[in-house]
Unconditional design. Structure first.
Length: 179
């Protein structure tokens, strides 16, 4: 019975892989010392109807605003869910349609700061909330969206710890192919 259920789930959807590029806008204090930077990412996913489950990796390096050797590198691995709200239904005989997607994800960010030969590393959990537009054409999926990433940090404040939130906003475009 379980094998029939698993087989029906795997054949009703599709596994996919793809990549994305984008622009990262630092916020919540990061924007005072860091410039906008490029975002590169890859991902694996599974689609079943309007639901998408994803495992994503992303990288961005935020340079200092002033010309100098200071840089913050962000590597992030996240597990997410997206729900497609289809607006344009396919025409009979066509596999093309478009719509909007709302997404959420949980991840872990690995940070590295470098100033000359001095290096510092750290990690922080992250949460994503995003919205975007997509178009499907056969087995390919093109997307464009806005992603708000919140890194949650705990910092010592005397004898207690203080929680702080760091926001990074990304505008990204992606291309996925479903097998």
């Amino acid at each position: 019975m379980l094998s029939l259920l698993l087989a029906s789930v795997l054949t009703a959807g599709g596994f996919g892989a793809g990549g994305r590029i984008g622009i990262v806008f630092p916020a919540s204090g990061l924007e005072t010392g860091h410039s906008t930077a490029a975002l590169f990412g890859i991902g694996l996913g599974y689609t079943a109807g309007p639901s998408r489950f994803t495992l994503d990796y992303g990288y961005s390096g935020l340079p200092a605003k002033r010309a100098g050797p200071y840089r913050v590198d962000i590597h992030e691995l996240s597990l997410g869910y997206g729900h497609e709200f289809v607006v344009g239904r396919p025409v009979v005989g066509s596999a093309s349609y478009w719509g909007f997607e709302a997404s959420t994800a949980a991840g872990l960010g690995l940070f590295g700061r470098a100033l000359g030969s001095a290096r510092e590393t750290g990690k922080a959990p992250a949460g994503h909330v995003g919205a975007g537009f997509f178009q499907r054409q056969g087995r390919s999926r093109l997307s464009l969206g806005l992603d708000n990433v919140v890194f949650i940090e705990s910092q010592p404040a005397g004898s207690t710890r203080r929680v702080s939130l760091t926001y990074v906003v990304a505008l990204k475009a992606g291309l996925n192919y479903v097998f």
